[in-house]
Design a protein around this ligand. Structure first.
Ligand code: SF4
Ligand code: SF4
Length: 420
């Protein structure tokens, strides 16, 4: 019998106030596709009243893990912990091929930066050799669409010096997580983050021994691999006498702030994990608290802001990135309606649940179109990829930026409007 000893299950009072915040409930209006319904199901399984079979798994797998229900819940139910525990108890699922691919990605690829970079080089070759264009025509529709979601791999990966000095007067000493996806697919964003931190008086330490944060593993029930990755990051950063450990990907930051919970039963790492988690800051959150050196370069552009779920709901960081963006001269800022609703990216959800993901994405693109913005700020790699895909497929043809990218541009050659 799988372990489903989850104290959070019993905090839910079944009030239903979370239902309308849930993207899958709003789309389907079915109780079992709502947070309350899923909590009921997990509780029934924990009490041995139902089995952890494929039908049970389908309800849990359709959840985006966006945690919008946590923001809506007046009782403070941490739904994410319930769903992660349930997914871990269910174990690997799907076809033999899907299980093998997931097992390979979660335990043999993500924990090893050198393998990840080799895989990214292969992907780059596939994209640039013409094989991708050819295959997209030959593949079944679903696989062709999945291929279109793959990010374009740039020429260079993020490979900073282990220590980069502050530019100007030193105000803080921080660690920086490069991130698995960020450092290979959005190396320009990592470079921008490093530059913005240094221009704000930060000495930046980027230990070579750091690894992927383990967020995807945690969300998909691969807890043992997630714990191993958390321990490696704790060993990499904790003894470095840092004021903060800065993360520019919302999903990674949320996962790292949860290391204390993840390793609570580890007698060697539990206390270290709590100390580590207390130091983790989203890049926008950190710079806001430090006091941003005002950028003087001008960027004339109408922008709106997409709250990444794991920043708004997971870390409760909403105001800080908006304040930093609004400090850039020339930016005209308009809020979109329901900016904290998920864009449908949700880790690998856009690959595993394409129909629901596309429905949610179309709603998001319509909200962006209504603002008239030329660009969207979305400080998370998954959101950036999803929104770029949405702009190309559904419109409007907006540019998508990470906040650190825009700040770096405003500090640098800001006379030229950003283009991508
Ligand atoms: S999760 Fe919270 S909001 Fe949703 S039904 Fe339970 S107590 Fe109510
Ligand atoms: S995490 Fe998101 S999709 Fe899942 S139940 Fe909560 S609101 Fe719904």
């Amino acid at each position: 019998m799988p372990q489903l000893d989850i104290p959070e299950l019993y905090q839910c009072v079944h009030c239903g106030l979370c239902l309308n915040a849930c993207p899958t409930y709003r789309a389907l209006h079915i109780e079992s596709e709502s947070p309350r319904g899923r909590i009921h199901l997990v509780r029934a399984a924990a009490e041995g009243r139902i089995e952890l079979n494929d039908r049970f798994a389908a309800h849990l797998d359709l959840c985006l893990m966006c945690r919008a229900c946590e923001t809506a819940c007046p009782s403070g139910v941490q739904y994410g912990r319930i769903a992660e525990a349930a997914r871990a108890a269910m174990g690997p699922r799907g076809s033999a091929l899907a299980r093998a691919a997931a097992g390979f990605a979660f335990t043999r690829l993500l924990p090893y930066p050198s393998r990840l970079r080799r895989a990214a080089r292969l992907l780059r070759f596939y994209q640039r050799s013409g094989a991708e264009r050819l295959l997209r025509r030959l593949l079944p529709k679903r696989l062709g669409e999945m291929s279109a979601l793959l990010p374009a791999v740039p020429d260079r990966f993020f490979a900073p010096a282990e220590m980069s000095p502050a530019l100007g007067k030193k105000r803080a000493r921080v660690g920086m997580l490069g991130g698995c996806v960020m450092s290979v697919v959005f190396s320009d964003v990592d470079e921008a983050t490093l530059r913005v931190l240094r221009l704000n008086g930060c000495e930046v330490v980027a230990p070579k021994s750091q690894v992927c944060c383990g967020a995807l593993n945690t969300h998909n029930g691969e807890t043992a691999a997630a714990c191993a990755m958390a321990r490696r990051n704790i060993d990499a950063f904790l003894g470095l006498d840092l004021d903060a450990i800065v993360v520019n990907a919302a999903g990674c930051g949320a996962a790292m702030k949860e290391y204390g919970h993840l390793l609570a039963d580890d007698p060697v790492y539990a206390a270290k994990a709590e100390r580590f988690a207390a130091r983790v800051k989203d890049a926008g959150e950190f710079l806001f608290e430090l006091g941003l050196v005002p950028p003087t370069g001008r960027i004339d552009m109408a922008v709106t802001y997409q709250d990444p779920c794991h920043l708004a709901h997971g870390q409760k960081v909403r105001l800080q990135p908006r304040a930093l963006a609004q400090s850039i001269p020339g930016l005209r800022f308009t809020e979109m309606s329901f900016s904290d609703r998920c864009c449908g990216s949700a880790g690998i959800y856009n690959l595993t649940q394409p129909e629901m993901s596309q429905e949610i994405l179309q709603e998001k693109m319509a909200a962006i179109a209504a603002t008239g913005a030329e660009a969207v700020i979305a400080p998370n790699p998954g959101c950036m990829l999803q929104l770029r895909y949405g702009a190309a497929r559904y419109g409007p043809p907006v540019q998508v930026f990470h906040l650190m990218d825009l700040l770096a541009r405003a500090y640098g050659a800001a006379e030229e409007p950003p283009s991508r």
